[in-house]
Design a protein around this ligand. Structure first.
Ligand code: MN
Ligand code: MN
Length: 300
């Protein structure tokens, strides 16, 4: 990355850090999830950034990929463990970061363990670190705290306009011989759950986040209104994940039912909501790092 790209990436990191700090105060019992999510997305825009994906607000056993759909009436229940996961980009240079707020004293140690595992992992990251070693450190830190990592959720390399562009960063010890590379950007994101949990997420049957793969969509076969919506998605989100909430700004009539049809017929990619297999609560901590000559720089 040249100096200009790095500058955009670091700026995105500063925006995400400021928004993340303010997100803690949004999570209270009884607040609508959509209120939290829209406030985060609005803060990102008012700071001059763009959301790199729809803000995720995941409660308890919902581990990832839930962004409130349009008019979602869901609220933060009592004693909830609430994960707020946000992405910011400037001209495609993306950072990805998350917090967990525990409204229950009992679940708070899950949050602390995830944060501790994240700190331990970040300390290790420099050019040449084996990916398996990062996973092992995350797993051991979480187990020492008396919890379990979620083994099938991972961190990931990030590239321009590509949130999962490259290698995955495991949250468990794996014999992965690949190494951290200088100049790369990684999101590190340990997830914790109680010992009695399966430590695994499964797909639920709903999706709230979507992505358009322009290369896979035969635009010639689309009806004119479908084509207009696809073009809006392509221009607006450039292959990044989006929420149907964001489609009302298009000039296409009835974009929601139109989008539902595109999703049903497999014309857009769906991200199923991921739920802990044994319905146990999950906490998450996440930051984005840039690997430089001295180790790594934490951007969020
Ligand atoms: Mn994230
Ligand atoms: Mn991530």
């Amino acid at each position: 990355m040249n100096e200009e790209s790095l500058d955009l990436l670091f700026q995105a990191g500063k925006i995400a850090t400021r928004v993340k700090e303010r997100a803690y105060g949004l999570v209270r019992e009884g607040v609508r999830l959509i209120e939290i999510c829209e406030a985060v997305e609005m803060m990102i825009e008012s700071e001059g950034g763009k959301p790199a994906f729809p803000c995720n607000v995941c409660v308890d056993e919902v581990a990832a990929h839930y962004s409130p759909p349009p008019n979602d009436p869901s609220i933060v229940p009592p004693n909830a463990l609430v994960k707020v996961d946000m992405g910011v980009h400037l001209e495609g240079y993306i950072v990805d970061t998350a917090i967990t707020v525990s409204l229950s004293r009992e679940k708070q140690p899950l949050v602390l363990a995830a944060e501790e595992a994240l700190r331990a992992a970040v300390k290790l990251i420099r050019a040449g670190t084996r990916l398996g070693e990062i996973g092992a450190t995350i797993q051991h830190t979480i187990q020492k705290a008396g919890f379990k990592p979620v083994r099938n959720l991972t961190g990931h390399e990030i590239s321009r306009y590509n949130l999962h562009g490259g290698v995955s960063i495991p949250n468990v010890a794996l014999p992965d011989p690949r190494r951290v590379v200088k100049g790369a950007v990684y999101a590190i994101e340990p997830f914790t759950c109680p010992m009695k949990a399966a430590g695994e997420v499964v797909n639920s049957d709903t999706s709230t986040i979507f992505r358009l793969d322009v290369r896979k969509i035969p635009t010639a076969k689309l009806k004119p209104d479908e084509k207009a919506l696809v073009e809006y998605i392509e221009r607006g989100f450039r292959g990044l994940p989006y929420s149907p909430r964001w489609l009302s700004a298009s000039n296409v009539p009835d974009p929601l039912s139109l989008h539902e049809r595109l999703a049903r017929t497999g014309r857009v990619h769906k991200y199923p909501v991921l739920v802990e297999k044994t319905r146990q609560p999950v906490a998450q901590a996440e930051c984005t790092v840039y690997v430089d000559e001295d180790g790594c720089r934490v951007l969020t």
